[in-house]
Design a protein around this ligand. Sequence first.
Ligand code: UD1
Length: 419
Amino acid sequence: MDKIVVEGGAQLKGEIRISGAKNAALPIMAATLLSPGKFLLSNVPRLRDVLTMEHVLRVLGAQVTHHDHSITVDTTNCNYHEAPYELVKTMRASICVLGPVLARLGRARVSLPGGCAWGPRPVDFHIKAMRDLGATVEIDHGYIVAEAKRLKGASIVFEKSSVGATENAMMAATLADGTTVIENAASEPEISALANFLRSMGAVIDGDGTGTITIEGADELRSADVNVVPDRIEAGTFMVAAAITRGDVLIMGADIAQCGAVVSKLREAGVEIIAVEDGIRVRGPERLESVNVTTAPYPGFPTDMQAQFMALMSVAGGSSVVTDTVYADRFSHVPELRRLGADITMDRNVAVVTGVEHLSGAKVMATDLRASAALILAGLVAEGTTEVSRVYHIDRGYEAIEKKLSGLGAHIWREKAAA
Ligand code: UD1
């Protein structure tokens, strides 16, 4: 298996460009299933998760071709309704084909995704939403089996904000008979990115970006083209890279308005962040201040930035309390950061990080996507060499991270596993 090797100590300087957002691209790809036709998706990141979603679409009958950062999807002959376990288990986001396939074909059979590196991640809200829209849903041999001749507009009230369930409900409702109102909807920017795409397909949607989304169902939608929005989590990760190395980096394409909570926590920690035309300039301080962070649904601090922020706090001057309220078990990076010399104690979903003067390079293992990013960030300032193995996790969600970092002056490279 490939590994990423980092020699710590380089101050990052220069300019990088942010790729398209994985978490916007994946549901948009699923939404192409709602209408027969040919779609052109641009600014799609070249990531393993995107390849997995291409595979899922092909299994459902789509023709998918990609060229560089564009994907063409032809959904004219999408007559298959089953997303198999072998694919869904490798990427939980495959669940977002449930709503579109059910709405278009009147039935869907989608494998339950199963657990995840940081514990159980249920899909009960997705199932509830399909039931609210009038589908019969059963669990059969590990599969969600949903049927409805035509979905009916309904009131859907989520007990907790869920990005994926909101997306599934919104997509399914675009082809339902009548009006759907989703309450306690997630308001992440990726929801609005999906809503914009659905509107360009002819859907009538109002209120995305707030907790209440209204959808007027249509008899049919049409194909459309889209340019995927920049990845706010990749942008946040590079902000931390600049901060932790006391660097000075221009992060082009990043939208500061979508990074509000991360920007304000970094500023509290002493990092200088300035909005520039088409990007953000980030300058790290000589010594970082410790600040507390609690994750929450948007516009709160994203759980997808918790691990990277913990790497930053591990070299800050003081103690910081990091709490994850979205995923209580998402701390698999903690033992690995400790291997690099970080001082972290844990009590359930609360970590106390006491900054140390120096981290020291070691062999560590990536355990999930954002955990691997955190280990690379820590490796950038650790004394000596850090080797991060199991980098297939990072390839799920960061496009050429080692190339982007080495372009900023980091001593980082990928070592290919012997064939
Ligand atoms: C999405 C993101 C992921 C991010 C997460 C939270 C994509 C492809 N992935 O994941 O990167 O970390 O949002 O911002 O966009 N829940 C239930 N039942 C459900 C669904 C969710 O209890 O049926 C709970 C989850 O366990 C979690 C919370 O709701 O505690 C939020 O999860 P959710 O927003 O659904 O995450 P995803 O959409 O899977």
